[in-house]
Design a binder for this molecule. Structure first.
Ligand code: NAD
Length: 370
């Protein structure tokens, strides 16, 4: 198989973890006989510095002509005082709109080898396995009007939470499709006791659920959901929610796995290439020190193989290699047990490559799929 992959490394640790994903994909390509071509595009702070905009048109064109997009992370203190249109995060919002990436899929699976480093009790987080389906192109982050003005002599700021029925329908459909292949339960999270947009969201969820009689639908208020994620995360299978609620809940959920550096995501498009990225940001506090955990980015690349290219065995090989390396205790600082020496970013990438190539992660998978 030949595939063109656009790589938007971005800023801070985005560069370090993207390099890791490319190395792992090259290793998988060699082992399984695929040709992956990587082309790099600018986004975020680096694009502002070099091109004067957080998302140059060439980057959008590159992504549209590619089979899939890998994105590292954007942002950093250097650009924090810029006006809104010149902030790195604007590039993220713009690429989501330009590629129509309406569904953000965030699997949350705990590794039993890592339960001891989570701030939560082992019995709470063992065998957690759910997916957050976050709406990505609507809601508060895109609604108009937005901005500041002077009202009756006082500075006033406004943001708008707006959804069209069709936008809600397609994301709820996606959640039910996923639940059908899993434990057949959808938890729709909203704030229907306060927000009109949530009341429409709830109605649409009820309507869509009629097409999936074998899937259970429950509604949960977002404040309760935030509490339930910590109290009993095993109750969830597929959580579907609007843009900002999903943003917050998925960061909270990342702590079930122990670190922001462990959570991958896919942003699916209805028409063109999909985009794959870790859920963490550019982590300026650790950037350039060779200590970032590249696993979220590497697992995002595995999701790309599975969801965009249909390469299930190859995706599984990467996931198995990551599992082997973590179980063997080769861990970056964010997931290392206290008292044990952490490995560096480039070292853990090498361990994962070795697990793929030498330790048989690939051959065992290939025979399973033969
Ligand atoms: P962050 O995710 O960058 O960092 C939060 C914490 O997690 C930090 O302590 C960081 O060191 C740690 N962390 C993150 N990724 C890690 C990794 N791979 N390995 C080990 N530790 C990791 O969030 P933040 O500090 O709130 O934001 C920093 C910048 O990133 C801001 O400019 C923000 O706007 C941007 N941001 C970008 C994205 C994105 O590109 N998708 C997402 C969130 C934040």
């Amino acid at each position: 198989m030949k595939k063109n992959i656009a790589v938007l490394s971005g800023d801070g640790v985005g560069k370090e973890v993207s390099k890791g994903a490319i190395e792992i994909l090259k290793a998988v390509g060699q082992q399984f006989g695929h040709e992956f071509h990587f082309q790099h595009g600018l986004i975020g702070g680096e694009a502002i510095d070099l091109e004067g905009t957080p998302l140059p048109n060439e980057t959008i064109e590159l992504c549209k002509q590619s089979d899939a997009v890998l994105l590292g992370a954007v942002g950093g203190p250097k650009w924090d005082q810029n006006p809104a249109y010149l902030r790195p995060e604007k590039g993220l919002l713009q690429i989501r709109k330009a590629l129509n990436l309406f569904a953000n899929i965030r699997p949350v699976t705990t590794y039993n080898a890592l339960t001891d480093i989570s701030p939560l009790k082992q019995e709470i987080i063992e065998n957690v396995d759910f997916v957050i389906v976050r709406e990505l192109t609507g809601g508060l982050y895109f609604g108009k009007p937005t901005g500041r003005s002077i009202e009756n002599g006082e500075e006033t700021a406004v943001d708008t939470l707006v959804y069209k029925r069709s936008e809600v329908e397609r994301i709820i459909e996606k959640a039910f499709e996923m639940a059908q292949t899993r434990k057949k339960k959808v938890t729709s999270v909203d704030k229907a006791n306060v927000l009109e947009s949530s009341r429409m969201w709830r109605e649409v969820a009820e309507e869509v659920s009629k097409k999936y009689p074998e899937v259970e639908l429950e509604h949960m208020l977002v404040d309760n959901a935030a509490m339930q994620l910590i109290r009993n995360p095993r109750q969830f299978d597929v959580i579907v929610t609007e843009n900002m609620f999903g943003d917050i809940l998925s960061d909270e959920a990342s702590m079930l796995t122990g670190s922001m550096g462990m959570l991958q995501s896919a942003s699916l498009s209805s028409e063109g290439p999909s985009l794959y990225e870790p859920i963490h940001g550019s982590a300026p506090d650790i950037a350039g020190k060779n200590i970032a955990n590249p696993i979220a980015m590497i697992l995002s690349a595995a999701m790309m193989l599975r969801l965009s290219f249909g390469l299930e065995a190859e995706a599984k090989a990467i996931e198995n290699a990551v599992d082997q390396v973590i179980s063997a205790g080769h861990r970056t600082a964010d997931i290392q047990r206290s008292g044990r020496k952490p490995v560096q970013t480039n070292e853990i990438i090498d361990h994962i490559k070795s697990a793929l190539v030498e330790d048989g992660a690939i051959s065992s998978i290939m025979s399973a799929y033969a």
